[in-house]
Write a protein that binds this ligand. Structure first.
Ligand SMILES: *Cc1c(COP(=O)(O)O)cnc(C)c1O
Length: 232
């Protein structure tokens, strides 16, 4: 695999520096922000450069791709934490739990039931973020804002899932601040607080704004790894 020439270590340190500045501007502590390096489409060699630069938290959006790349990396770097940031079909839940520590795309009762069931078999439940479709886009996953309160409650009580917070992907052509604010409002009105007040929001183009507005988890791909290798 040819090198891209992307200086991943330098990009990581630039992103971390920007997170520091944004956290201070927003009145939060930089160490409360988890930087998820989104490595989808990137080959294992590039991921390893990020690991060697000290990065330990990664995100992938496809289970099959993760299964191809990560078992070997995880065996060599057991302290890596893997987040699933793409949608998951209910028949892939077991595979998802085998591979991922955290799931950001919990968005329907059927998936909640499958996660609870498989988690019980495994004796370990995944940390879950509930995805909210703040832009109400038909092609996007996520529970609709109007249905979020009921679904959050069901996940916590009926399904007994450890809900760590909420996640959103704002529409590409809209002001992300409005969506970040809406996500935070939904979290607050549902009493997601303390350790459960996770807000997974912010990507390469808007992570600084997201951190200023209270993001606890940012999902950053191209700003670290450069352009994606294939469309994803
Ligand atoms: C690809 C992806 C990201 C990272 O996007 P960048 O713009 O490359 O930072 C973040 N979140 C989700 C859900 C993604 O699919």
């Amino acid at each position: 695999m040819a090198e891209t020439g992307t200086d991943i270590a330098a990009n990581l340190s630039a992103v971390r520096g920007a997170v520091d500045v944004a956290a201070k501007a927003g009145g939060s502590a930089p160490e409360n922000v988890t930087l998820i390096a989104v490595s989808k489409t990137q080959p294992a060699e590039e991921i390893e450069r990020a690991i060697e630069a000290g990065q330990r938290v990664f995100g992938e959006n496809r289970i099959q791709e993760a299964q191809a790349k990560w078992p070997d990396l995880k065996a060599r770097y057991p302290d890596v934490v893997l987040h699933l940031i793409g949608g998951v079909q209910t028949n892939k839940v077991k595979a998802a739990l085998d591979m991922f520590d955290v799931i950001h795309t919990l968005d329907r009762p059927k998936l909640a039931a499958a996660l609870a069931r498989e988690g019980e078999k495994l004796g370990r439940l995944p940390t879950c973020f509930i995805q909210v479709n703040t832009g109400e886009e038909p092609q996007k996953g996520g529970v609709l804002p109007a249905e979020a309160d009921g679904f959050i409650k069901a996940c916590r009580t009926e399904y007994g899932l450890p809900v760590a917070g909420l996640m959103c992907i704002p529409p590409a052509d809209e002001e992300p601040a409005l969506h970040f604010a809406l996500l935070k409002k939904i979290a607050q009105r549902n009493g997601l607080d303390g350790l459960s007040m996770g807000l997974s929001m912010g990507m390469s183009g808007d992570f600084e704004l997201a951190v200023e507005m209270g993001a606890t988890h940012i999902r950053v791909g191209t700003a670290i790894f450069g352009p994606r290798r294939v469309s994803a």
